[in-house]
Write a protein that binds this ligand. Structure first.
Ligand SMILES: NC(=O)CC[C@H](N)C(=O)O
Length: 359
């Protein structure tokens, strides 16, 4: 059946709608990785978003049992140029089309993804509607972009412990990617996953060796009420923050965040370590960044910078063992050039390692 993608600026694109006929509203963003659609559709940081893939062929290796970043799909819709109906891979258990159909995720193919991406690059991320009837549409203005409170929807409701390693890490879950948990387990950690609004006292009662603030969807400024706890935790335990976790740690110490026009979503974003001058290819998925000028007086200094647009990609605190990354060292999808940062974090749990990290 015909499906239409209507952008908030009034433009309309026609394609083929696979799956159930339903009207979907959301924020439209684009992802530039050549592969990784399965990780994208299940990454909770994409909650509520419609993702346009710039790579022209999607679905060609199917969907498997192992590459999901969370149990349920998280995106509102997928938009692709050419859809491969079969998945050719030894691990594939279903096609992308049947997976989306089963989970009622609208999948629009045959759409002019290049034109849509150009529009987003010019005019910024915007609202969009996917529909089979493009007459009489009205955009849901009651939810301004970036104002949705999505973290409570994706965060765990209970405390669960994974692994039995020697280092005990409390991971505060804003919508964590499974690959972050896997990376910590690989480093010999026991991980207690806790709800996003867990109090300082509860974290303290778990007696962690270190705390990880996870990735997650939405605007970090929607979580202002958590900032005093986050600051107290970071002043008390070795702490690492990834993506939303990085943004929240920056806000907690008094820095500011701002929205990029169209975000970084892809698997080849070059990032420089400002201490060593080493460059990493990184996996990224974010709309917001920490404003560099706002770091003044926070105790944080910029540790990583994006080479494409000079935006801040990570911080290190001058006084406390706290460091953060805007990108994804766990990769999935994307390069694992920077995965040793998990090791750096584990080293920071001891005094000796801290000296090394700050050398
Ligand atoms: N991957 C993430 O954690 C994303 C962080 C935040 N939601 C942003 O878009 O900037």
């Amino acid at each position: 059946m015909k499906g239409y993608v209507v952008l908030e600026n009034g433009e309309m694109f026609e394609g083929v709608l696979h799956g159930k006929e339903k009207e979907v509203h959301g924020e439209i963003v684009f992802f530039t990785g050549m592969s990784g659609y399965q990780e994208v559709l299940s990454d909770p940081s994409f909650k509520g978003q419609m993702v346009v893939f710039t790579y022209p062929l999607i679905g060609n290796y199917g969907v498997n049992e192992v590459d999901f970043e969370s149990i349920t799909p998280q995106v509102n819709a997928l938009l692709v140029s050419e859809l491969s109906n079969e998945g050719y891979h030894y691990e594939s258990c279903s096609s992308l089309e049947s997976y989306c159909e089963k989970h009622s995720i609208p999948l629009v193919s045959g759409i002019d993804t290049r034109a849509i991406v150009k529009r987003i690059r010019e005019q910024g991320d915007m609202r969009a509607i996917i529909t089979t009837d493009p007459t009489n549409l009205s955009f849901n203005q009651s939810i301004p972009l970036g104002q949705q409170e999505v973290v409570p929807e994706v965060s765990t409701k209970t405390i669960n412990t994974y692994g039995s390693g020697d280092h005990h890490i409390v991971m505060v879950d804003f919508g964590y990617k499974k690959s972050i948990l896997d990376s910590l387990l690989e480093q010999g950690c026991r991980v207690s996953l806790v709800p996003y609004d867990t109090t300082f006292e509860t974290i303290q009662s778990l007696q962690p060796d270190g705390v990880m603030y996870s990735n997650g969807p939405g605007n970090p400024k929607k979580l202002q009420e958590l900032l005093p706890t986050i600051k107290k935790v970071a002043m008390s335990y070795p702490t690492m923050g990834i993506c939303l976790g990085h943004q929240l740690l920056a806000l907690a110490f008094g820095a500011d965040t701002e929205k990029l026009t169209f975000g970084h979503r892809g698997a080849n974003q070059p990032v420089i370590d400002l201490t060593t001058n080493k460059v990493y290819m990184t996996s990224q998925n974010h709309s917001y960044v920490v404003n560099e000028e706002s770091l003044e007086g926070t105790g944080f200094k910029a540790k990583f910078m994006n080479i494409n647009d000079s935006s801040i990609e990570g911080l290190i605190h001058k006084q406390y063992p706290v460091f953060t990354v805007q990108f994804h060292p766990e990769a999935h999808p994307g390069p694992s050039d920077s995965e040793q940062l998990f090791f750096t974090f584990i080293e920071m749990l001891s005094n000796k390692g801290r000296e090394k990290a700050y050398a």
